[in-house]
Design a protein around this ligand. Structure first.
Ligand code: NAD
Ligand code: TYD
Length: 349
């Protein structure tokens, strides 16, 4: 494997993955293919964008011609597909945007790979997906790789659909593929409307912390770099045609995670303990809010020897520190100003 196309490489997880790959595999060429939507920000990658093995291509995965050009021009033999619309709340407001990028975009990538790769066996389509495709759990049990799909939000239905497309193209056209389904990521550079960065901003501004419903919903939280090391392991040691669940063994009720975050924010800001928690406000629940996600990641542990490494409190401390140290990043991302950054730094290249 020499020429990797990472779609969505300017996003939250994608940028951490690109950084890992660029540093760890100088012999590979890493092509970051990203449409730079509201969620894609090249500022996330200023520390690697001069590396000789890194290339950025502005492109939409729904644009067959742009995809074809990139696959040909860079002789791509490996696609890591992370480009997606990724926020459940947005999918409730605008489901078709999710169908477009997540379903049609993934199918377009597969279709171009199919015509270009033509039964090659030295290629790989690695699709990055979510545990939300499995639906919602009650108080007990875990998602395994054989749990039937039961998506319940437009986001998870579009990701489930894209997973099915990958398997269908793989089986029908003999495209070697792998899929991983991961739990909730956290860490630096996450778009500030997702739970944890949103709460960090609100504590700083002294604004109410909106907890949906009673905060009883449970999520499994994984440090974003741990997700990327799992992707690296699956890319290099995984088997074609296989699915791998990735999780943090780290389940928390939303209200508990918000209390923990508040405690750490008080500590970081030098505030009286309890100050941040005083901002917690219960708000109207998300429609169709899945109660609990929990991952059984034992396949990854036993077959590929991967385990999460980051302690949750420490990961949250590092996340908080990063947001406190980068207030201008938040302002630019929320205002869409980073698009101007692209025009200035990249458009002429
Ligand atoms: P993100 O929203 O932060 O980033 C998505 C990236 O994709 C952005 O850079 C955006 O510009 C790009 N993009 C969007 N539409 C595109 C298109 N049509 N063509 C090209 N690029 C496009 O998302 P994220 O949180 O980094 O998630 C990355 C992937 O991982 C997604 O596929 C998501 O479903 C999956 N995932 C995310 C999580 C999580 O907790 N964030 C958990 C499991 C799986
Ligand atoms: P989110 O970060 O949107 O991830 P997902 O919905 O994909 O799990 O939300 C994580 C959890 O936090 C989810 O149960 C919804 C809840 N939540 C709130 O309670 N308040 C908020 O403002 C947000 C954005 C999320």
């Amino acid at each position: 494997m020499k020429n990797l196309l990472v779609t969505g490489g300017a996003g939250f997880i994608g940028s951490h993955l690109v950084r890992l790959l660029v540093h760890k595999y100088p012999q590979y060429r890493i092509i970051n293919f990203d449409a730079l939507t509201y969620a894609g920000n090249l500022e996330n990658l200023t520390d690697v964008d001069q590396a000789p093995n890194y290339v950025f291509v502005k492109g939409d995965i729904c644009d067959a011609e742009a995809v074809r050009l990139a696959l040909k021009q860079y002789e791509i033999d490996t696609i890591l597909n992370l480009a997606a619309e990724s926020h459940v709340d947005r999918s409730i407001l605008d489901p078709l945007a999710f169908v477009r990028t997540n379903v049609l975009g993934t199918a377009t990538l597969l279709n171009e790979a199919r015509s270009l790769w033509r039964d090659r066996t030295d290629v790989l389509f690695y699709h990055i997906s979510t545990d939300e495709v499995y639906g919602s759990l009650g108080a007990e049990g875990f998602f395994t790789e054989t749990t039937p799909y039961d998506p319940r939000s437009p986001y998870s239905a579009s990701k489930a659909s894209s997973d099915h497309m990958v398997r269908a193209y793989g089986h029908t056209y003999h495209i070697p593929f792998r899929i991983s389904n991961c739990s909730n990521n956290y860490g630096p550079c996450q778009f500030p409307e997702k739970l944890l960065p949103l709460m960090i901003q609100h504590v700083q501004a002294g604004k109410p912390l909106p907890v949906y419903g009673k905060g009883e919903n449970v999520r499994d939280w994984l440090w974003v770099v741990d997700h990327c090391t799992a992707i690296d392991v699956i890319l290099h040691k995984g088997k074609d045609g296989e699915t791998y669940n990735i999780g943090g063994n780290n389940e928390w009720k939303n209200i508990e995670v918000v209390y923990l975050l508040c405690e750490l924010m008080d500590e970081a800001l030098g505030q009286t303990p309890g100050t941040a928690a005083g901002l917690i406000t219960f708000v109207t629940d998300r429609p169709g809010h899945d109660l609990r996600y929990a991952i059984d990641a034992s396949k990854l542990k036993h077959e590929l020897d991967w385990e999460p490494s980051m302690d949750f409190r420490e990961g949250l401390r590092q996340t908080i520190r990063w947001y406190l140290d980068n207030p201008e990043w938040v302002v630019r991302v929320l205002s869409g100003e980073y698009q101007a950054f692209y025009e200035k730094q990249y458009a002429h290249r």
